[in-house]
Design a protein around this ligand. Structure first.
Ligand SMILES: Cc1cc2nc3c(=O)[nH]c(=O)nc-3n(C[C@H](O)[C@H](O)[C@H](O)COP(=O)(O)OP(=O)(O)OC[C@H]3O[C@@H](n4cnc5c(N)ncnc54)[C@H](O)[C@@H]3O)c2cc1C
Length: 587
């Protein structure tokens, strides 16, 4: 068989949201990257193959920004009648056409070659080409969910739940065990104008009475069927195919129950089964041991780590390992967690394999902490942190731990510059801005250079003024500018107008397709067209750049100017009359 070889700075294994963010984050900061993904599409559990909507931190103004928000905003722009194929295309385009990334799809990593405590290369089998692919790299990130590189490299890892005494976690079981949260085969319904019969499949399970499905929330209009879950009592890697077979029998059986037997089946008369996932979406398997193990206590204490590089804010949503067969209420317990809590960098790399990062559900966390960190927007933040750290490490010849020891402040500032919020930290302002006079035609522009790019509990942290109002820096001496960096308002608390069903947050995708669904569009609060003007020695303002059809929160505009001032004028928004701007930097 022919063998392909690549040599890069940073090799990412697994193209879920964590792996994508790692690859994009590293490439944009200068590293050469290979992303090896065993499926034809990107997004992992968020992709069309599993169809789990992306969740993150609870609460007002807690939505994750950075790369994950960029993906959402692209989806609103390009996937207006939201379909999963449209979402797949958004994710694919981002990575396939990112300069510096080699995307290797349909390639499953199944081997690693070591140089002592370092991974030299990984080997993948590409099903579409019947070829082996070897990727040599300085640094690796395991974003495979199942932590495939742990057994292949000899990295320390764990599977199962810690006993209560181990870290003193009150929600942990008394004694350690090998149980995990399970996996699910989700389904999706589509609404039609007229009734849709469903003929049960002979091989599916038959449920004719509610007593066969106790304690389960079964409202197609309010939730998906995440509780059709198995694998927590067995090996959530080795037993996946056995679980898949049973999950499909259950899923088709539950759908038949809803259509033909449920007391409220009339509500579902016009719904048809649109899709069933044949690839189980997983919640938990191997977890790395890093320099820090994130615990329930860390989460509850708000994770105030000096090395915070990401944050969580989902409750500790600890599913019962019995899954579908659990007789207990709902299938999970939502233990409260603060939002946000910080996630430390030291949980994002292996403690004994020197060039190995991890991001996603396989990070160094206890089962209890994982029950919160595993949601995908949180995973994406961790991925971006790892990718950014990898770019710094590759540039300076450092290990992941070396970045902790020697470049932590740079890592944190770079993440904030790339629009990641690090709770408890403030972004540095370029000296050319802080030394300048800042004034606006209306409103108070001071928040534009306060280093906070979203509202917090104390302040809006924004400059707000009607469209057309100028805001400008006047420098004490002429300055050479190469870039303006702006942060607009993407409405972090946006809701879904077409669902008055309790699902308040607008998600990246909906869990069923309804006839009354509103199309997706960029948030009305976002700036669409704007111009930048520079001030010359004669005191004249001239247009240096004009941007039209912006649909992103973070906008970087290249400048080539030697000037005495820089002015921003918003010309149009996606709907609102008085846009908010969180940051206006130049350098
Ligand atoms: C039914 C269900 C409901 C959930 N509910 C929510 C929810 O509401 N919101 C939310 O945000 N999260 C939810 N989660 C959790 C979330 O989906 C996972 O924790 C998250 O997907 C983990 O992200 P990841 O990037 O680590 O892994 P994944 O999303 O699993 O991505 C890993 C990728 O790596 C690939 N891969 C694996 N092995 C290899 C290999 N050897 N070589 C190459 N590629 C490989 C996989 O195919 C996959 O695409 C749910 C999970 C499930 C199963």
């Amino acid at each position: 068989m022919k063998e392909l070889r690549y040599s890069v700075d940073f090799c990412v294994v697994g193209g879920g949201l964590a792996g994508m963010a790692a690859a994009l984050g590293a490439a944009r900061r200068g590293a050469s990257v290979a992303l090896v993904q065993d499926r034809p599409v990107l997004g992992g559990n968020a992709s069309s193959e599993v169809r789990m909507h992306v969740c993150g931190a609870h609460g007002p103004n807690r939505r994750e920004t950075g790369i994950v928000e960029e993906l959402f905003l692209d989806n609103f722009r390009y996937n207006t009648r939201p379909t999963y194929t449209g979402w797949d295309a958004v994710l694919y385009g981002k990575v396939q056409y990112q300069k510096g990334v080699t995307l290797l799809l349909n390639a499953s990593v199944c081997d690693a070659a070591m140089d002592g405590p370092r991974i030299r290369s990984v080997r993948a089998w590409q099903t579409t080409t019947q070829r082996w692919i070897t990727v040599e790299s300085k640094l690796f990130a395991d974003c495979s969910g199942d932590a495939v590189l742990a057994p292949l490299s000899g990295a320390d890892f764990r599977m199962g739940r810690e006993g209560r005494a181990e870290h003193g976690e009150s929600i942990a079981p008394l004694v350690p065990d090998t149980r995990t949260m399970g996996m699910s085969c989700l389904f999706q319904a589509r609404e039609y104008p007229e009734p849709q019969p469903f003929v049960p499949l002979p091989w599916a399970n038959l449920y004719t009475d509610a007593s066969q499905l106790p304690h389960r929330w079964m409202d197609v209009f309010r939730t998906n069927f995440w509780w059709i879950e198995l694998g927590g009592m067995v090996d959530s890697i080795a037993d996946t195919e056995t679980c898949r077979e049973e999950l499909l029998r259950i899923s088709y059986g539950v759908w038949n129950y809803l259509k033909n037997h449920a007391p409220d089946r009339d509500r579902y008369a016009n719904l048809a089964l649109d899709w069933v996932g044949f690839l189980p979406g997983k919640r938990e398997s191997r977890r790395y041991y890093g320099d820090h193990i994130l615990t329930q206590h860390d989460v509850e204490a708000g994770g105030r780590f000096p090395d915070t590089v990401a944050y969580g804010g989902w409750s500790m949503d600890d599913h019962f390992p019995e899954g579908f067969y659990s007789q207990r209420h709902e299938g999970t317990i939502y233990h409260p967690a603060p939002s946000p809590y910080g996630i430390p960098y030291r949980s994002l790399y292996s403690r004994n394999v020197e060039n190995l990062f991890c991001a996603g559900r396989d990070i160094s966390a206890t089962h209890s902490a994982l029950s919160s960190t595993r949601v995908m927007a949180t995973c994406a933040l961790m991925g971006q942190a790892v990718g950014t750290a990898a770019a710094i490490a590759a540039r300076d010849g450092l290990s992941p731990r070396g970045v902790y020891e020697r470049r932590l402040a740079e890592l944190q500032q770079t993440l904030m510059d790339d629009d990641c919020w690090l709770p408890g930290f403030r972004r540095g302002i370029p000296s050319v801005c802080s030394a300048a006079l800042l004034r606006a035609g209306a409103g108070d522009p001071a928040p534009l250079r306060n280093g906070m790019d979203r509202p917090d509990d104390a302040s809006d942290n924004a400059w707000a003024a009607p469209v057309g109002t100028p805001v400008e820096y006047v420098f004490p001496a002429p300055a050479a500018l190469t870039e303006a960096r702006l942060v607009f308002d993407s409405d972090l608390d946006r809701t879904d107008p077409s669902r008055a069903d309790g699902q308040k947050k607008l998600l990246n995708m909906r869990y069923y397709v309804g006839l009354a669904d509103a199309p997706f569009a960029p948030p009305a609060t976002l700036v669409r067209d704007f111009r930048l003007e520079t001030l010359d020695a004669a005191g004249e303002w001239t247009v240096a750049a004009r941007v039209t059809d912006n649909h992103q929160r973070l906008a970087r505009v290249a400048l080539s100017a030697h000037c005495r001032g820089l002015r921003l004028v918003v010309e149009r928004t996606w709907g609102c009359a008085e846009p908010r701007v969180f940051a206006f930097d130049c350098r």
